[in-house]
Design a protein around this ligand. Structure first.
Ligand code: GAP
Length: 453
């Protein structure tokens, strides 16, 4: 059988996500809302594991970072000062043949002629700027005075709260403020599954520093972020660092790296790490008339701190983890014949279910009782799934497909029926190697905790 193409691989991934309850089209029963996605029982666990791990390494394991959780509804003056009201737009054109609205840079070029990616048409309107922000109204009056925006990035609430957080946390430069939360962009063409959505989540750190530290910290954060991806199971060979050229960087940035991933639909941005200088704080200081300066006790200087920003997408990272993990290989059936299996080789730290518990037979009360005891033993430390239905091979396959790294089987040896020395031991199966080891039940919690932390 020939290897699947990248498009087929992506189709299989999207289908698995729906079939097993990772990701669904939002409002599906009404025809779907383009650019919005709902995460099901497994998707929400995967997403939470990712966010919790980000928070752990970016906030809890550091002395120099504190967290915040800002409002989504944003005062228009914030986004005027940041430049979003004026300039957060993409060039949009319409295809006169099929009437599609298209981002100007998404036309396909064939033999030097630009074509519509939907219908192949070649007749377009002039490009015009389309602002990507979602506008809404706060309160009863729906006029100019009540306009507010759904935030297009989490970063701005960090800049706007900089002074409050500095005063309360009493941090010294360099220090950072981290946030995870929803952001909204009215993308002209949402596409590639969750990759480009209209509602998505970001994990952003604004790391404030003295101006002379900016370039060095840009390198530091790029390396830290690459380590992070390694630690969530995204291999370095599929990641690429693009040093964004001067002409393509925001005018205020002195250096930006895009961390890109080889998705089945092409190499695309996962995260931006940008040295944004003092642009944001200066803009907000000017527009609000409130000082956003930092007083350096040692030098007795007042400065506007510079900032380095690693900004990652939750949904894109979840998608990259799934793409990275998706594999098809061969595994033995209950009769010992090799058959193909789908396996998600998710990092155990990220897997939605950590351990599946299987009594060998569902109609043997002592096996079932022991299995339920093990469920109760492990549950305080990890997500577990109890499954007693079907042949054991089928049960393994169901768990392989959702990335469960460990499977525990309770058999007659567990009951000490064959060899008293094996009483209260179980088999622990590893998803990737499919190897099984015999483990004492009492050792399971510590052993698994160590492998999933
Ligand atoms: N504060 C900087 C900022 O927002 P960005 O490059 O526009 O920078 C950062 O966004 C990250 O947010 C991206 O690298 C990506 O992971 C995620 N992101 C941006 N737009 C997105 C979209 N439409 N859908 C899903 N994720 C998106």
């Amino acid at each position: 059988m020939s290897a699947p193409t990248d498009a087929q691989r992506m189709e299989k991934i999207v289908s698995l996500c729906k079939r097993r309850g990772f990701i669904f089209q939002s409002s599906e029963i009404y025809g779907g809302l383009n650019g919005a996605w709902d995460y099901g029982a497994l998707g929400v666990e995967l997403k939470r594991n990712l966010k919790n791990y980000w928070w752990r390494v970016m906030v809890h394991e550091r002395d120099d970072v504190v967290g915040m959780d800002g409002a989504i509804l944003t005062h228009p003056e914030v986004l005027k000062a940041s430049g979003h009201v004026e300039g957060f737009s993409d060039p949009m054109i319409d295809c006169r043949t099929c009437k599609a609205h298209l981002r100007a840079d998404q036309l396909v070029e064939k033999k030097g002629v630009k074509q519509c990616p939907n219908c192949g048409g070649k007749d377009f309107t002039e490009a015009r700027q389309f602002n990507l922000m979602f506008e809404t109204h706060v309160g009863a009056a729906a006029d100019e005075s009540s306009i507010a925006y759904l935030r297009p990035e989490t970063a701005q609430s960090i800049f706007v709260q900089f002074k409050n957080i500095l005063e309360v946390s009493r941090k010294k430069l360099p220090f950072g403020i981290a946030q995870i939360g929803k952001a909204f962009r009215n993308e002209i063409n949402p596409r590639n599954f969750t990759f480009r959505s209209r509602e998505f989540e970001q994990m952003e750190l604004e790391y404030f520093c003295r101006p002379e530290q900016g370039m060095e910290l840009l390198e530091y954060w790029k390396e830290e972020r690459l380590k992070f991806y390694d630690n969530v199971g995204i291999s370095r060979t599929n990641l690429h660092v693009l040093n964004v050229p001067d002409a393509e960087r925001a005018f205020y940035s002195k250096g930006t790296y895009d961390i890109e991933y080889d998705f089945p639909f092409g190499r695309q941005e996962l995260e931006g790490v940008a040295y944004r200088t003092d642009y944001d704080l200066s803009q907000h200081q000017k527009a609000s008339g409130k000082s956003l300066e930092y007083f350096d006790e040692e030098t007795k200087e007042r400065i506007i701190p510079h900032v380095v920003e690693p900004s990652a997408g939750v949904d894109r990272t979840v998608l990259a983890m799934i793409c990275e993990a998706y594999a098809e290989d061969q595994a033995p059936s209950d009769k010992g014949q090799m058959e193909s299996r789908i396996v998600l080789r998710l990092h155990p730290r990220m897997a939605p279910v950590k351990c599946a518990i299987f009594p060998l037979l569902k109609n043997k009360e002592p096996l079932v009782a022991k299995a339920k005891e093990i469920v109760a033993l492990l549950r305080p430390d990890m997500t577990v799934f109890y499954d007693e239905s079907g042949a054991i091979g089928r049960r393994y396959r169901r768990q392989d497909e959702i990335g469960t790294p460990f499977g525990v089987t309770i058999d007659f040896e567990t009951l000490g029926e064959k060899d008293p020395a094996l009483r209260d031991t179980v088999t622990l199966r590893d998803r990737d190697s499919m190897k099984q080891e015999r483990v004492a039940i009492q050792d399971l919690p510590a052993m698994l905790r160590e492998r999933i932390r």
